[in-house]
Design a protein around this ligand. Structure first.
Ligand code: C2E
Ligand code: MG
Ligand code: MG
Length: 540
């Protein structure tokens, strides 16, 4: 009878001797694994099935088996034909009268079906049946993880709470099947608006909540919210093209708008209500200052679009002085915006905006043209100074940078050696071979290339060595650093580059730089940035 049980059991059974070598296996073992009794006879434990050491002598399993005479667990097994399958196993040590292990018995079974069923059940418990999006359960889980990661990496996170506008009308007018089709289309549109690491979830009804991880700040969150609203407006159902969908979005940011998950979602929900009240089809931040900031920013962007046409930009020039002779050998062109209402704006206040909306390319072209014309005018007046122009990363990466610079030089009738371009470490790190080739071509024409704000970025020295530059400008935050300045100068010397210091304000600073062998300097000690005519007069 016992032999019958062994033979007919549906689970695989293997009996091992005290040295863990297989003595016998049953039919189910052969069926499940594909290995015959003959083939495995005398082989160690279940090693034929698994190369992971969980079963056959893995330290933990072994230890447990020795101390408890029993081990139970799961492992991934490989059948003879190479098929991988999850297995659930129980191993028992059979102890004789002297408390010595005489045999081991392993029973295991293929649990592929059960695992599939579990996966399906888990998926159903965590996803919305209609759209396939994560539901509130999975959303809560993802938000906890996202908050923990944001805390660890000190990044920001945004919650977008979205509610469709007048969804009830769609259901009432066209029926629930159409309503369902709209919800599915919304799910698809939302998923296309975000990055892979973000989460789009459905809260039920016509509410969706998004987690945007590692968000740059309120402007970026506003940008995503605006593109979400546009994408939802663009939805058309092929069978009912007249149906129009809209939505309102509330935004809460972490940190700032709530420490915990519930509070954040609640605040995003409140913000969404304000968006609805303010007339639907819009987004609102939970924080009033953020809303004001976004309004201000939109106004600034609109004004910036007009600024070129209205000739509101001007260039000021700051002298670059040779330390040894005290002579002005160059000038750096610095842009200012004479805003009709806000007065003179410094580059920090508008260059980032121009960079994010793409206007920087046109503005940069204008700066280059003006600076070249001015350099030509000075040269004609008998002041042969080099004009330095700051590049933005959009210009740096522009495939036609060389043509762009050539055109500016030709139009102004300026020799290339009177132009200097300033780049930053971040740009050099972004650039590829194309950028190296472009700058090599510019340098071959005689254009000088300077690495600006040196020390504030994180360029690798290997990249620096291979990038065609002729000068390093020590950032003004280091001018007083008696350890860094000599180190940077030594580095520049070994790379055969000239060194300039910026932001020099006192005679002591200059004396120190001179003693350290710095070639050039720039700063309030020599001169502020001034409009061109004054500079020309100052040198006459
Ligand atoms: P930058 O290229 O490092 O320019 C030097 C900045 O330091 C200028 O600020 C200048 O006014 C200021 N500065 C000069 N001497 C002193 C000093 O002795 N003490 C102190 N505290 N500051 C001094 P500005 O004009 O506000 O320009 C800021 C940044 O904006 C520039 O830094 C440059 O990165 C960018 N920028 C300026 N003009 C342009 C432009 O036409 N295009 C682009 N893409 N960026 C520009
Ligand atoms: Mg500069
Ligand atoms: Mg600088």
């Amino acid at each position: 009878m016992q032999a019958q049980v062994f033979a007919h059991c549906r689970d695989a059974i293997a009996i091992m001797d005290a040295d863990w070598r297989i003595l016998a296996v049953n039919d189910a073992f052969e069926q499940i694994t594909g290995f015959s009794a003959q083939a495995v006879h005398g082989t160690p434990g279940l090693s034929c099935l698994s190369d992971s050491h969980e079963v056959d002598g893995g330290p933990e399993a072994r230890q447990h088996l020795l101390s408890h005479c029993h081990w139970k667990g799961e492992f991934r097994a490989t059948a003879r034909d190479g098929r991988l399958f999850p297995a659930s196993a129980a191993i028992t040590a059979i102890v004789d009268a002297q408390r010595q292990v005489s045999h081991y018995m392993a029973i295991f079974t293929d649990i592929t079906e059960r695992k599939l069923h579990e996966d399906r059940t888990r998926y159903q418990a965590e996803h919305d049946f209609l759209t396939g999006l994560p539901n509130t359960v999975l959303f809560a889980d993802r938000l906890q993880l996202a908050l923990a990661s944001a805390q660890r990496h000190r990044t920001q996170l945004a919650i977008l709470f979205l509610d469709l506008d007048r969804f009830k009308d769609i259901n009432d007018t066209h029926g629930h099947a159409t309503g369902d089709a709209v919800l599915k289309a919304v799910a698809g549109a939302l998923t296309r608006c975000v990055r892979g690491a973000d989460t789009v979830s459905r809260r039920g009804g016509d509410e969706f909540v998004l987690i945007l991880v590692d968000i740059g700040g309120p402007d970026q969150a506003a940008h995503v919210a605006a593109s979400v609203i546009d994408a939802i407006h663009a939805i058309r159902l092929p069978e009912l093209p007249e149906v129009r969908v809209g939505c309102s979005v509330g935004i809460a940011l972490w940190p700032g708008d709530g420490g915990g998950a519930d509070e954040l979602v609640h605040n995003a929900d409140l913000a969404m209500y304000h968006a609805k009240q303010d007339g639907r089809g819009e987004f609102r931040f939970f924080s009033p200052t953020m809303n004001a900031h976004v309004v201000e920013r939109i106004e600034l962007e609109n004004a910036l679009r007009q600024a070129l046409a209205n000739e509101e930009f001007v260039l000021e020039y700051q002298p670059e002085v040779q330390v040894s002779s005290g002579l002005t050998i160059g000038v750096e062109a610095l842009i200012r915006w004479r805003h009709p209402r806000l007065g003179t704006m410094l580059p920090e206040q508008f260059i980032p905006v121009a960079e994010s909306n793409g206007l920087i390319l046109q503005i940069g072209e204008w700066v280059l043209r003006k600076a070249c014309e001015q350099a030509r005018a000075w040269r004609d007046l008998g002041f042969p100074v080099v004009v330095a122009v700051n590049l933005s990363s959009a210009q740096f990466l522009n495939a036609d940078l060389v043509g762009y610079v050539d055109t500016a030089l030709q139009r102004a009738g300026l020799e290339a050696r009177f132009l200097e371009l300033e780049v930053t470490e971040a740009m050099i790190m972004q650039g590829d071979h194309g950028a190296v080739d472009a700058f090599a071509a510019l340098q071959a024409r005689g254009v000088q290339v300077t690495l600006d704000d040196f020390g504030t970025g994180a360029a690798s020295l290997a990249r620096l060595r291979n990038f065609p530059i002729s000068k390093i400008k020590i950032d003004r935050s280091f001018v007083d650093d008696t350890e860094l300045v000599p180190a940077i100068i030594a580095l520049a010397r070994s790379l055969k580059l000239r060194v300039a210091a910026e932001g020099v304000e006192t005679a002591e600073q200059l004396a120190f730089l001179q003693q350290q062998g710095c070639d050039e300097y720039q700063g309030h000690l020599a001169s502020l940035a001034t409009a061109a005519p004054q500079l020309a007069r100052a040198r006459q």
